[in-house]
Structure formats: C-alpha cells, structure tokens
Design a protein around this ligand. Structure first.
Ligand code: ARG
Length: 462
C-alpha cells in the first residue's frame, strides 16, 4: 500500500478493479492549482499553530511552488496509482521535499474539507468567467437593440399576432432575463465566499489548534464554516451553481428557438451571417442556424446535469459519503459547455441582419390593433367591457370582409357603434400603437430608450 493515503490498517493491496472505479484523477486533476493554494494556506495555519518550524514551513511553500510551475508548464501529471488529485499532489510534494517535511502537511485536514473548499474556489473563479460571457451576450443584444431602435415587429402571445412592439423592446426582454442570471451568480458567490470548510477535518473539526479563519482569508474567502459537518457534507453550492448554468442554458435556448424560427423562409425576419451559420453536405442552397440549434440542444444537457446532481444528493446521510465525488463531472461539463457555447452564440446574435421592412409590414396584420381600438374607446369614455365587445365586432366585420382593421370604412365602423367615429383611425397604425404604450416598461420608443440606458447602467460583473 505504498503511496496510498490510507495504507496502515490494510494487510493487502486494493484490487485493480477497485482502483479503476475509485480513481478520479482524469477529471479532478483540473483542480490541482486550487488544491495547491489550499496546501499553502494550510501550511501557514500549521506554522501559526507551532506545528511546523519556520524552515519546515518555507520548505513546504517551496515544494508547492515547484509543483505549481510544473503543473503550469504541463509537466506535472498524476500516475496510474494515484486515487485522486489530493493523493497525487501529496505524493509529488513528498518526492520534492522528502517524507519528513512533506509528511507533516496532512495534519489536521482531510480530503473531505479539502475538496469542499477547493471546489468552491474553482467554481468562484469560473462564476466570473461565465458572468462575463453572459454579459457579452447582453451587450450584443443591447447593440442590436440600439442599431434597430424604432423598428416595429409583430409582438406575439401563444405565437399568434398579439400587439405590435419595437424590435429593440423584444431583444431587451432577452437581455433582462440574462442579466438576472448574472445577478444569480453574484448572489451565489456572496453565499459561497463566506463559507470556507477548511478546518472541518473529516467531519468533526480538528484538535490541533489550527485557525480556519486564517485559511479562509488566505484563500480569499470572507469566513469559515460554522458547522464542520455541514462544511464537509453540503453540496447545495454545487447544485445551485448547476441550476444557474441550466437557467442560462434555458434563457439562451428560448432566444435560439426564435432565431431558428425567424430565419425560416416563412418568417424571413433575419438573415444569418455566413461566418456564423453552416451549409449542407448535399443541398447546395442551405444555410443552417446550427449555433442556435446547438444552443437549444445543449440546454437539455445543462438541465440533465442539474437533475443528475440533485438525484445524487437526495437521501445522502450526513456527513461525507463517497457519492459526493459524483458532484464534479456534471458541473465541469456545464461549465465547459457554456464556455464554448456562449462566445459562438454571442457572435451569431451580434451579426444577425434584421429584415425590418418585412417585420414592419407584418406588425399591424392579424388584427393586432384590436386592443388599440378598445383602449381608444376607453379614453373616449366607453367602459372597457363594452369597448372589448365593440373591438371584437370590428375584427369579425373585417374578417368577414377579408381586410385588416383599417380596411373598414367610416360607415362600417359607425354601423358597429356610433362611438366608433372616424377619429379611431388615429390608432390604426402600428406606429401609433407602439407610441401610445408609454408607461414605464412599455414599448414606446421613448420608454425603450430609457430602458436601454437602465440596462446598460446595471450590466456589469458585480
Ligand atoms: N475525491 C473525493 C471527492 O471528490 C474526496 C476524497 C474523499 N475520500 C474519502 N475517502 N473520504 O469527494
């Protein structure tokens, strides 16, 4: 059992089958620098507690720096016999500084508090990366909104024509949802950052007089775990992170679905840029929205990672159980997925060309100005219940005549109700309709400009 972290009480070696099952270095090696940072901090705590001489502590820091350099240059690799990143790094450190000093580092810590801490550190760093990528997408949406400010499109509910809206308003709706995801990452960060589990030991804490707050501060946390059992057993920070990744995937997927539909010949709202779309191996004419489709597909994968993780956690007794090792791959996958997907998706969004003429032409169609008739009647003194009935009667009459609402004559309006005077025509344009929706959050050009400024003022990594 040489080289094992736990050889003492075993007479025989672990079977190769057990080793193969147990090994996690193929996925946890990416945590190596975080484990080394934890070791530096832990060495300081051991020194401060009088458990290492100044020379010993310095020698450990030196050895750890050698490992850092070797890792950074790609020379440091785990061996077949290493179970996990922690064991591999301890073996490599001992090779560098010798067993007398190297063998002192493990005092007062367990892989259980180690992994719980360094997985937090790793995710804290990547939360910033993801937040910045989401903000790039928000920025691309804001840029398109600004470039097309004033363009009118059919607003839909149930995918049916509902009311005309500004294209900029619609694009910013996606941006606000994504900004909330950035906010969620910020909330998550504040919670995780205040809870460094180092010092929890295996589950019960440590007896060596180590200062968990010292380690926490060294690692950039604002505080240490109040409960050592919770510190080593909880993984809600992983699940919550996976949720935010999944929500980002879902928000991106909703926009992706629209881009796919908008790019169809039937809609013809957008043209994809050549560099951000793909062709077909057999049909020479094809131009496909693959980025949007991959985004939609990967949302399923992100949701799956969250569901798998929650299923692993469900019904696990306290404290640490080896099942918890299954927390890493799904979240690594979610991060890898987003870190590849978001730059491509942002590029596609930023380079879309909008067919604003066609959007404007379709905006008033499908009786989408019926609500404007009803609200005009209300402004003229008709109770809304009656106004709704009368506007509905206008739709029925126009449908029977085979025209849109503005195809009805003054006489036809008057025959529906004397309240429908020729002035009603003032609201029978898409332009008039959007301009009239001038309350905060509404689609009037003035309000959307205000909204764009508001969005830009809050769209930063907090
Ligand atoms: N590699 C493990 C994990 O990721 C940490 C090791 C804890 N192992 C143990 N036998 N207590 O959860």
């Amino acid at each position: 059992n040489e080289g094992k972290l736990w050889g003492g009480r075993f007479a025989g070696c672990p079977s190769p089958e057990l080793e193969a099952l147990s090994r996690s270095t193929h996925f946890d090696w990416r945590l190596a620098l975080y484990d080394i940072a934890g070791s530096h901090a832990h060495a300081k705590a051991l020194g401060a507690a009088g458990l290492l001489s100044a020379d010993e502590e310095n020698e450990l820091h030196r050895g750890l720096d050698v490992l850092t350099d070797a890792f950074t240059s790609g020379r440091l690799q785990p061996s077949e016999s290493d179970e996990d990143v922690h064991g591999a790094l301890e073996r490599l450190l001992i090779e560098e500084v010798g067993p007398d000093v190297g063998g002192k580092l493990r005092a007062g810590r367990s892989r259980n508090d180690q992994i719980a801490t360094l997985f937090r550190s790793y995710l804290l760093d990547h939360a910033r990366v993801v937040a910045a990528l989401v903000l790039d997408l928000v920025d691309a949406l804001a840029g398109q909104a600004q470039a097309h400010h004033g363009a009118i499109m059919p607003g839909r509910t149930h995918l049916q024509h509902a009311q005309p809206v500004l294209l900029s308003h619609h694009l910013l709706a996606h941006a606000w949802a994504l900004l909330r995801d950035v906010d969620r990452l910020g909330d998550w960060r504040d919670r995780v950052r205040s809870d460094s589990p180092y010092g929890s030991g295996a589950l019960a804490g440590q007896s060596l007089g180590l200062d968990p707050e010292l380690v926490a501060t060294e690692l950039g946390f604002t505080g240490s775990s109040a409960n050592s059992i919770d510190g080593t057993a909880s993984r809600d920070f992983v699940a919550e992170f996976a949720f935010v990744c999944a929500q980002i995937g879902v928000d991106v997927s909703r926009l992706a679905e629209e881009i796919i539909v908008w790019a169809t010949r039937e809609f013809d709202f957008v043209t994809l840029h050549d560099s951000w779309s793909t062709g077909s191996s057999i049909m020479p004419q094809k131009k496909n929205p693959d980025i949007a489709e991959l985004a939609r597909g990967k949302a399923g994968r992100l949701v799956g990672n969250l569901a798998g993780l929650l299923t692993t956690l469900k019904a696990l007794p306290l404290a640490y159980n080896r099942d918890l090792q299954e927390d890493k791959e799904p979240v690594f996958d979610s991060l890898d997925t987003l870190e590849v997907l978001l730059p491509a998706f942002t590029g596609q969004v930023a380079t879309l060309t909008y067919n604003t003429e066609r959007m404007a032409e379709l905006a008033p169609q499908g009786f989408s100005l019926a609500t404007d008739i009803a609200e005009w009647l209300v402004r003229e003194g008709t109770p809304f219940r009656i106004a709704h009935e009368l506007a509905g009667a206008c739709v029925r009459a126009a449908e029977a005549k085979g025209t849109d609402l503005d195809g009805l004559t003054d006489e036809e309006f008057a025959s529906i109700s004397p309240a429908l005077t020729p002035q009603v025509r003032l609201v029978l344009t898409a332009q008039g309709s959007v301009e009239s929706r001038d309350g905060r959050g509404g689609t009037s050009p003035r309000r959307v400009l205000e909204q764009l400024a508001e969005l830009r003022s809050v769209a930063t990594v907090g």
